[in-house]
Design a protein around this ligand. Structure first.
Ligand SMILES: [Fe+2]
Ligand SMILES: [Fe+2]
Length: 140
């Protein structure tokens, strides 16, 4: 099935988002280590891997549909304190939630069920990431 041009664009933006989020989590994992917070560093490292896996899922879908991949990660801000790390990561997760909600709704409107399900599934992951970060920020 050929994807709608807007779905192509959503998939390309999704990959850029996931690469950017991966990069931000890696930089944050290193920052947390430098702050003497090894458990937080490990958690952020695992988040980075999770975002990379999201990128892979979108890339697999794009390859299946013959959609070209532009290898550009979005440039997300980097925190140097634990609070800033959590706040910036939350902003990134919020951006993912908004992007995937919009993509999911659009796919639903045009009856593109395969891509709607993909965006909806990853949307749930991002919502959970956001909620976990919010919880951690509250407990500071
Ligand atoms: Fe993600
Ligand atoms: Fe996420």
């Amino acid at each position: 099935m050929k994807a709608h041009p807007k779905v192509v664009s959503y998939l390309q933006r999704a990959v850029s988002h996931e690469f950017g989020a991966t990069q931000q989590y890696v930089v944050h994992a290193a920052a947390a280590k430098a702050l003497g917070l090894p458990a937080m560093s490990q958690q952020l490292h695992e988040e980075a891997v999770g975002e990379m896996e999201h990128a892979m899922e979108f890339l697999d879908r794009m390859n299946a549909l013959g959609i070209p991949v532009a290898n550009t990660g979005k440039d997300f801000p980097v925190g140097r304190t634990l609070k800033d790390i959590l706040v910036y990561a939350m902003q990134t997760e919020d951006a993912a939630v908004r992007l995937y909600e919009e993509a999911q709704l659009f796919c639903g409107r045009i009856n593109d069920e395969d891509n709607r399900v993909l965006f909806a599934r990853i949307l749930e992951d991002e919502k959970k990431h956001y909620a976990d970060l919010q919880q951690q920020l509250k407990s500071l």
